[in-house]
Design a protein around this ligand. Structure first.
Ligand code: 5GP
Ligand code: ZN
Length: 114
């Protein structure tokens, strides 16, 4: 999508601090981190949010969780614990409408979330 910030980041049009990249995924540091590890994992293909997912995205979603595990190990938060969070829609606080998975860790987190 031409006016989507995360499409532009995935294409390198908007700069970002890249953490990992595959044929289908791009991972980068959140610009406003809320934990010592705060990485965003996105599919390169524009998908608006959870509700836009189709069975064609099954493999991509699986790859996202495996990449999150790999990055959690690299960040040293696999044993202490981490969250993989998707905010869907306005009540959940979704601000960017290109689906993204927050990998959060490095501090104790509360439940329920705010
Ligand atoms: P949401 O609230 O939609 O789940 O999360 C959007 C996230 O994207 C926020 O944590 C915000 O800090 C991050 N973000 C928004 N714009 C940019 C950007 O241009 N670059 C980077 N690296 N992160 C961004
Ligand atoms: Zn997009």
């Amino acid at each position: 999508m031409s006016d989507c910030v995360f499409c532009k980041i995935a294409k390198g049009i908007i700069p970002s601090q890249k953490v990992a990249e595959t044929d289908t995924l791009y991972a980068f540091q959140d610009i406003n981190p809320v934990a010592s590890t705060h990485i965003l994992i996105i599919p390169k293909r524009h998908i608006e949010n959870n509700l836009s997912l189709t069975p064609e995205d099954n493999q991509t979603i699986g790859e996202i969780f495996l990449l999150a595990n790999e990055l959690a190990v690299k960040q040293g938060i696999d044993k202490s614990g981490f969250r993989v969070v998707v905010n869907n829609g306005s009540d959940a606080g979704q601000a960017v409408f290109h689906i993204h998975f927050h990998l959060l860790g490095g501090r104790i987190m509360l439940w329920p979330p705010g």
